[in-house]
Design a protein around this ligand. Structure first.
Ligand SMILES: *Cc1c(COP(=O)(O)O)cnc(C)c1O
Length: 355
């Protein structure tokens, strides 16, 4: 693995902001990790003061959209050492996305090491309030200045960090979209590609104008089966059993989704990944067998769903979600090392004995 050179900023801005009371995404830590790709190789891995990067007007990402990203959180562990949650999963998914978008693999060990070194350097930025975290945004884009249409040959991989407070815990209203789609099999829905979000912005704005929080995406053929929410995967509990749409080619494989499945099974619940239709959810809501409904994602953890608008109807979701609340708390406790981590999900950013 290549060495990461570190250039420290002359002064930290950490003391200027109240990191325990900050909305996500508006303040950034002092440093960023940057690595350049050219001539078939990743080069010059470095941590340097966070700064704007000059962009050539013909940088290919701006025109043809070769841009992918990841998102994960560091929380404060029990010895004052920040910890990451399953970062290898993000490293793997980044390369899955890169492959789909014709972009180069980024070494998974360097991905995790870069996160560790950046977070250790920025440790005074890791919030300690319950539910707060340092959000890490690794991403890759084509920065080659070329106007023809082909895969780029030069890329940047960058990680920056932004402290985040607890996400809204109020229940969310979802608009089941029957005009626009997010993904179809064979498309890019399985990749965490920037363009997927570009295509979702307008439908989401329209749903918000109708009083909804996010779009619930349905299958591209008939708008009958559920895929996922804007930035979350989705789960339902019907008659004591959990179901979630299977990863059939149009669904983003969430790390939170896979963690929730593992935890639910660990707690003795049956979880099935399969086709989930709107009709089934409507019926279960009406006949009283629908017991829980929630979305899962790194940014939100677990978000309870209030109601779903679908073809002119408003489908009411259950009042309380005791099992998913419990799972949410367990995940949060694992992330702060308040309880045992039976799955080996937690990765400290520094060996305790070296501190
Ligand atoms: C990132 C993302 C998720 C959630 O994935 P996590 O790894 O749990 O954060 C779900 N759906 C989409 C479309 C996403 O981009």
């Amino acid at each position: 693995m290549q060495e990461i050179t570190i250039t420290k900023s002359s002064q930290s801005r950490a003391s200027e902001v109240d990191i325990n009371h900050i909305p996500m995404g508006i303040s950034f830590t002092d440093h960023m990790f940057v690595c350049d790709y050219s001539e078939g190789q990743w080069k010059n891995a470095r941590i340097e003061p966070l700064a704007a990067i000059p962009t050539h007007p013909s940088a290919m990402a701006l025109h043809y959209g070769q841009a992918i990203f990841e998102g994960l959180k560091a929380t404060m562990g029990k010895d004052g050492i920040p910890v990451l949650f399953r970062p290898e999963e993000n490293a793997k998914r980044m390369n899955f996305s890169a492959d789909r978008m014709g972009m180069p693999d980024f070494p998974e060990d360097l991905f995790v090491e870069a996160l560790k070194q950046l977070i250790w350097l920025e440790r005074e930025w890791v919030p300690t309030n319950e539910g707060s975290a340092l959000y890490l945004r690794p991403f890759m884009y084509a920065d080659e200045a070329y106007t023809g249409m082909r895969a780029a040959t030069s890329f940047k991989f960058i990680i920056f960090a932004t402290p985040t407070g607890p996400y809204f815990s109020r229940k969310i209203r979802l608009y089941a979209e029957t005009r626009y789609i997010r993904a179809a099999n064979g498309g890019t829905g399985e990749a965490k590609a920037a363009g997927n979000y570009a295509a979702a912005i307008r439908p989401t704005e329209l749903a918000k104008a109708q009083g909804y929080d996010q779009v619930l995406w349905l299958d591209a053929q008939n708008f009958e089966n559920i895929l996922e929410v804007g930035t979350m995967n989705i789960f339902f509990k019907i008659s004591g059993k959990f179901i979630t749409p299977s990863l059939d080619g149009s669904v983003l494989a969430g790390v939170t989704r896979s963690s929730v499945i593992a935890l639910l099974r660990h707690k003795g619940f049956e979880v099935t990944e399969r086709v989930v239709s709107m009709k089934e959810i409507l019926d279960a809501s009406q006949n009283g067998t629908l017991e829980e409904a929630f979305g899962t994602g790194t940014a939100v953890g677990i978000a309870m769903i209030d109601e779903i608008g679908y073809r002119g109807q408003v489908i009411k979701m259950p009042e309380s979600n005791p099992v998913s609340q419990d799972v949410n708390q367990t995940i949060n406790k694992i992330k702060t090392q308040a309880v045992e981590d039976p799955f080996g999900w937690i990765v400290p950013v520094m060996e305790a004995q070296l501190v």
